[in-house]
Ligand binder design. Structure first.
Ligand code: CA
Length: 421
């Protein structure tokens, strides 16, 4: 598919993350400070809440679904409404649109530079998976040796844990270094101290846009997914190492999870579908892929020490993942676990096969043993106070790109001992 031309000229450049082919959904405030649903196009944001209120563009003829600052009510309408709304919006923003339409949408839009972005949807529940084989192999090799790198279940089950929706924050929110129980390998007992091995995890978040009650097939799961955000699963490696057996991550992953502010829809990413890589062990039939479930999306991570220029510390691609979001969602429902509109599924860390394509500092510095040298000359084994971490992603089309917008956060110093008296 070629670039779709818009009458908003800034949407027609090869560099913009937000051409007419994209149309991602977010929540913004500008001027009056009121939170409104918006759609990114070039360097502007269309006020979708305003267009609905005056009847120029409605997703549901009978009810307002964009009158609250999240896209959950819109998602609830289902795939037919999603497609109709996208088609109508595309026509109104195309270079074939009438003068009258252009005037109306110019009135109901703001320059992106004047807007503040907020959480684009209400996170109902949050599950984080572990579906990257390079990541699981690297981490397993560090902890258990190369012979036992992958757990016995890994090639059969897209494994995950139930995270905390309350900890999910939008890009730009500072992240406070946590305190926790740490136990050095040679120590007999733990201490309570600020995390010393604070890390990122480069992930993609899939947003569930339709509810389910019982088990869903792969086809049903694919239809339930609404869109995607970049996701940074901030991880306290030293807390994790002491707490993780036998029930998996707990406080190590509960400080914060940052998501990018624009929901890139499944529809926008349709031209970039790729199948999961070949299976090393046959999957049980319910998890077999029939529709290519991954996407060709380039991803990269920038690390900027406080007040300094960023260094790109990793480059990888979503197609490196072993399990797709549909496989994760299908497996999630096998027990009968109900899914809800606004559920967020983290992919797991997206690492590639090469050293510079690893999606966490744990892997990039090989457990802290091989610190990275940044362009500033500083070294990093793990994150330091003041560091700003930014994830970015884009699917490259023919003369255009589908971008995600930045997923960023600065690490703040730990508070004083919260239990001191
Ligand atoms: Ca993770």
């Amino acid at each position: 598919m070629p670039l779709l031309k818009s009458w908003i000229e800034s949407a027609n450049t090869p560099e913009t993350p937000f051409p007419l082919n994209n149309l991602p959904y977010g929540v913004f405030s500008a001027g009056d400070g009121e939170l409104r649903c918006g759609v990114a196009i070039g360097n502007r944001i269309i006020d979708a809440t305003g267009l609905e209120a005056v009847g120029i563009l409605r997703a549901d003829p009978n009810a307002d679904v964009l009158d609250a600052p999240f896209w959950n009510d819109f998602m609830e309408l289902g795939p037919e409404a999603w497609a109709a709304y996208r088609a109508a919006l595309t026509a109104m923003l195309a270079d074939t649109a009438s003068e009258e339409t252009r005037d109306a949408l110019t009135t109901y839009s703001v320059p992106m530079a004047e807007a503040t972005l907020h959480m684009p949807f209400r996170v109902s529940e949050y599950t984080d998976f572990y579906a990257g084989k390079h990541h699981a192999t690297n981490v397993g090799t560090m902890f258990r040796g190369a012979e036992n790198a992958l757990p016995p279940n890994w090639l059969s089950i897209p494994i995950g844990y139930n995270g905390r929706a309350s900890s999910v924050v939008v890009s730009g929110t500072p992240v406070r270094r946590p305190w926790g129980q740490l136990k050095a390998p040679d120590a007999d007992l733990p201490v309570f101290a600020p995390c010393k091995r604070f890390d990122l995890e480069l992930e993609m978040g899939a947003i569930v846009g339709q509810p389910s009650e019982g088990p869903v097939t792969m086809e049903e799961a694919e239809a339930m997914i609404f869109g995607y955000v970049l996701l940074n699963d901030w991880s306290a490696r030293d807390i994790q190492a002491w707490e993780y057996q036998p029930l998996g991550p707990f406080q190590a992953k509960a400080t914060a999870t940052t998501i990018s502010p624009w929901i890139v829809t499944k529809a926008a990413l349709e031209p970039f579908r790729v199948p999961v890589p070949p299976r090393e062990r046959a999957l049980l039939p319910y998890l077999e892929e029939h529709t290519p479930g991954l996407h060709d999306i380039e991803l990269w991570v920038d690390l900027a020490p406080e007040g300094k220029a960023p260094t790109t510390i990793a480059r990888t691609n979503l197609r490196e993942m072993y399990y797709s979001p549909a496989q994760q969602l299908t497996h999630h429902t096998t027990s009968g676990c109900p899914m809800r509109v606004g559920d967020l599924l983290g992919s797991g860390t997206i690492s590639g096969p090469t050293k510079d394509s690893r999606g966490s500092l744990l892997e990039l510095s090989w457990g802290g043993k091989e610190p990275l040298t940044l362009d500033t000359g500083e070294t990093r084994a793990f994150l330091e106070d003041g560091d700003t971490l930014t994830l970015r992603g884009a699917a490259q089309g023919d003369g255009y790109r589908i971008g995600f917008g930045a997923c960023t956060g600065q690490v703040l110093a730990a508070l004083e001992d919260p239990f001191a008296r």
